[in-house]
Ligand binder design. Structure first.
Ligand code: ZN
Length: 486
């Protein structure tokens, strides 16, 4: 980040920043605020969602060939992998069977990425065309990688298409985001603000007590966004408030992402907003893109994004409807920087025979249910409910000191911060970590740090970053049920 940008972001109050942006927005038309790359990709995607299955297959085959050829030419890691299995450029070029070709290639695991990052990035990559990224993901362990700028343009274009299909929104219209914004207390940031440049209302998902939610509701009534986008857990908290207070709020559509949307949350959201929720599934690694439309029948395959497989524990493609397997992705959008080929996401989905949705899109539905990523909510004793996924972003600042973490709410007033640390960790880091959690859950919660050698896995083999004692679940369900039944 340039120093001017950094200063703009870190030193100015939100009010000052938005004043600058509103001057800029008054002179720069919306069309010029996004790159030509984004607009052209969006235009392509608007059309390609209606291509025939044969044409889709052709695009995927071409995308796969390009990804593999680029890897052979410019990637040390994959050259070794491909030479180990005897796969060469000629064979790739001659291939017409996508899955036959893929099956020959070993999976790429998170451990592979962690151990080989230096040789997994293409040799010819231009450092100006890539963006370093880190994710803690649902396993809680950090992972470094790079995304190409082109990949990030594709990402935006895919999201635009998804939002446009799921709501009244079109590029240039107003949106509301209830997700990553965190007000900075030292600069007295407001709990929500409107960005005139992007036309997005940002509301904090960290401060959701009744008093603040009523402010959000008044603001949303005034701003009339064409779509509301957020974590399911934060939109759920807003929806539950609306029902409990018998208030209605019109938004042009609701789209959730980053967490799976449990049925109990979906029902409350749909009742409160009187519409069907759309969802999308993706990863910070940008390997798989799936979107559930408001018809709710299952996840449409964004086939232009890459190839999504569901594999069983033997590594074979699951072909029995109803059976579950791990989601494995081969991506087309990042292959000029770091090719993700048969990357094991660690998330689990239920296989279904691909079918066409009733919504009219020609993007086939390939899974009805994604089981992984069941992030949760922490309940603070000041009446706020804090979506768990928010803590991942916070954790990313400490990936050099903290290897793994779990926030375990042992009772209503206490959260145990379980940490697996390395040599760079000091007790100061622990105190910083604590104060950031206090910002989110309120000072009235007791926080204890517990340093552990390893965080125990759940019965399903996954780590749970956010965990609550079962009795708190019970307390919440009983009370919540009484609140939302009208
Ligand atoms: Zn659909």
């Amino acid at each position: 980040m340039t120093s001017i940008k950094k200063y703009f972001k870190q030193q100015l109050t939100m009010k000052e920043r938005m004043a600058v942006k509103s001057v800029a927005a008054a002179v720069v038309p919306y069309r010029l605020r996004y790159s030509n790359g984004i607009w052209s990709k969006f235009k392509f995607l608007e059309n390609s969602q209606f291509y025939s299955i044969e044409r889709q297959y052709g695009i995927q085959l071409q995308g796969l060939k390009e990804t593999l050829q680029t890897a052979i030419k410019f990637n040390k890691y994959y050259r070794a992998v491909f030479s180990g299995i005897g796969l060469n450029e000629k064979e790739i070029e001659a291939c017409s069977d996508i899955y036959g070709l893929l099956r020959q290639i070993p999976f790429l695991t998170k451990a592979d990425v962690r151990n080989n990052l230096d040789i997994l990035v293409n040799e010819n990559v231009n450092s100006k065309a890539i963006v370093p990224k880190t994710t803690s993901g649902s396993t809680g362990k950090p992972l470094d990688f790079v995304n190409s700028k082109e990949c990030l343009e594709w990402e935006m274009a895919f999201m635009w298409r998804h939002w446009a299909n799921a709501s009244r929104w079109r590029p240039g219209k107003k949106m509301a985001f209830l997700r990553t914004y965190i007000p900075r207390s030292n600069l007295k940031d407001p709990i929500w603000y409107y960005d005139p440049w992007t036309k997005i209302v940002w509301a904090s998902a960290y401060n959701m007590n009744d008093e603040n939610i009523s402010v959000y509701v008044d603001m949303l009534i005034r701003k009339r966004p064409n779509v509301l986008v957020g974590y399911p857990s934060s939109i759920f908290i807003l929806a539950e408030y609306l029902l409990r207070n018998r208030k209605s709020l019109e938004v042009g559509g609701v789209v959730t992402s980053s967490e799976s949307l449990p049925d109990y949350q979906r029902e409350v959201i749909e009742e409160a907003f009187q519409l069907s929720v759309a969802e999308n599934y993706g990863l910070t690694e940008r390997v798989v893109g799936l979107g559930k439309c408001s018809h709710g029948l299952g996840y449409h395959d964004w086939y232009e994004y890459g190839i999504t497989e569901i594999v069983d524990e033997n590594g074979d493609n699951v072909t029995t409807p109803g059976m579950t397997g791990e989601i494995v992705g081969t991506n087309f959008t990042n292959n000029k920087a770091l090719p993700w080929i048969r990357y094991k996401t660690g998330d689990i989905a239920e296989y279904c025979e691909p079918f066409m949705c009733t919504c009219g899109s020609k993007l086939p539905i390939i899974t009805k249910k994604i089981i992984g990523r069941t992030d949760d909510i922490l309940f603070s004793n000041n009446g706020c409910r804090v979506p768990g996924v928010n803590f991942y972003t916070m954790f990313q600042q400490y990936v050099r000191q903290i290897k793994n973490f779990q926030l375990y709410q042992s009772d209503r007033d206490r959260i145990v911060i379980r940490l697996v640390v390395n040599d760079e960790y000091t007790s100061d880091i622990g105190e910083q970590f604590k104060s950031k959690i206090w910002q989110r859950v309120g000072r009235t919660m007791l926080l204890d740090i517990e340093i552990m050698d390893e965080i125990p896995r759940e019965e399903n083999g996954k780590y749970k970053c956010i965990k609550r004692d079962k009795e708190i679940d019970l307390f919440w369900k009983v009370n919540n049920a009484q609140e939302v039944v009208l």
